[in-house]
Design a protein around this ligand. Structure first.
Ligand SMILES: *[C@@H]1O[C@H](CO)[C@@H](O)[C@H](O)[C@H]1NC(C)=O
Ligand SMILES: *[C@@H]1O[C@H](CO)[C@@H](O)[C@H](O)[C@H]1NC(C)=O
Length: 349
């Protein structure tokens, strides 16, 4: 067969394929697209890939939720030696921290909350198929408090359930780290659930509250960030407990002699102590603090002393120039002076 014929046959079957897909309807085109997209996303666990293929519309929302979690993490830790970045395996959830530290605990919780938040928000906006407003509430009357459910209540249970199925699906290993990750994912989702708020509106002549309708809304994600940051500061060190016969760890307990308490489902947990994040180290996933901006005067985590781990800092001087003392002159122009200021910034050696 000549090369030309082979190419012709190839094109013929390609066209046939496209026609076949068109007859098959939009869904198969979407499904084909989804399987290509889902196979291209790096770091998806096998079960997550299956979910991605069956719900291609959700994968975009999931991505937004993950990004929201990472952004919040970077905001909360912007002054820390660890700034929510890591050297490590690349996954859908960003770079993975290898050490089962408090920092990893925070990351997992905020991302699980982010996915649940984004999915719930998309449902409320009607931009995700298979969900919408919370139907359990619509139209019902709250006898005790005298108001009616109205508007669009956010269906947080759908979002939480989705986060549980998708985010938890990557925990396939049966080890202590898996128990830790699953626990922290749940903490993140609990924080979201507890943060749901009730919003109400009064109806009646001139603002009198003859009838009142209420609906549930999602909390601001920033608020969840602060709550989880507090939980990070109080995270508890745990260790795995193995059932005697098989060696697989089955649950976590507080790591203290003579303590058999399990961690509470409101506490972030970690199984390994954090590295100090001073130097770059690919074993722990630490990026180090070289080149980070620090503050010479503050006694905060971002002070040059703490941030640079005693290595000292470089001083960069520059002058800031801006228009100042502007006056409006009759008529009609504005006259300004030029002001300048010498500023210094410091970066870790
Ligand atoms: C975090 O710190 C690393 C290492 O110094 C730096 O390369 C990175 O840009 C920082 N990331 C953010 C989001 O500030
Ligand atoms: C350094 O910290 C001081 C005191 O907290 C603060 O007033 C100042 O704005 C900070 N400087 C920079 C560059 O962040």
């Amino acid at each position: 067969m000549s090369r030309k014929t082979r190419r012709w046959i190839f094109h013929f079957f390609l066209c046939l394929g496209i026609v076949y897909l068109k007859i098959g309807g939009l869904s198969s085109v979407v499904a084909l697209g989804a399987s290509i997209i889902c196979n291209k996303i790096p770091g998806l666990a096998p079960r997550q890939r299956t979910i991605c293929q069956s719900r291609p519309d959700a994968i975009i929302v999931i991505g937004e939720g993950v990004q929201m979690g990472i952004n919040e993490c970077q905001f909360q830790f912007r002054h820390g030696r660890w700034n929510c970045s890591a050297l490590g395996e690349r996954t859908v959830f960003g770079k993975e921290l290898r050490v089962g530290s408090k920092e990893a605990a925070f990351t997992y919780a905020i991302i699980a909350a982010g996915v649940a938040h984004a999915v719930t928000a998309a449902c409320t906006q009607g931009s995700l198929s298979g969900c919408g407003c919370d139907k359990e509430k619509q139209g019902f009357y709250n006898q005790e408090e005298g108001w009616k459910w109205g508007g669009c209540s956010a269906d947080v249970h759908y979002g939480l359930g989705f986060s549980k199925v998708f985010v938890d699906a990557r925990e396939i290993k049966q080890n202590a780290r898996t128990l830790m990750n699953l626990h922290n994912n749940e903490v993140g989702r609990k924080v979201l659930e507890k943060g749901m708020r009730l919003e109400c509106k009064c109806h009646g002549v001139s603002g009198s509250c003859t009838t009142k309708t209420c609906w549930t809304t999602l909390p601001k994600f920033r608020q969840l960030g602060y709550i989880l940051k507090d939980k990070y500061n109080q995270a508890v060190h745990v260790e795995p407990v193995r059932a005697s016969r098989n060696k697989r760890p089955t649950f976590l307990k507080i790591k203290k002699p003579h303590s058999y308490r399990k961690p509470m489902d409101t506490e972030l947990v970690y199984i390994e102590r954090s590295p100090n994040y001073c130097e770059a180290d690919s074993l722990t996933g630490s990026m180090g603090t070289q080149g980070r901006l620090c503050n010479k005067t503050a006694l905060q985590p971002n002070s040059c002393d703490l941030m640079c781990c005693g290595r000292g800092y470089n001083t960069h001087q520059y002058s800031r120039v801006w228009q100042c003392n502007c006056k409006f002159l009759w008529c009609c122009y504005v006259k300004c002076n030029t002001c300048s200021e010498r500023t210094e910034v410091y970066t870790c050696k």
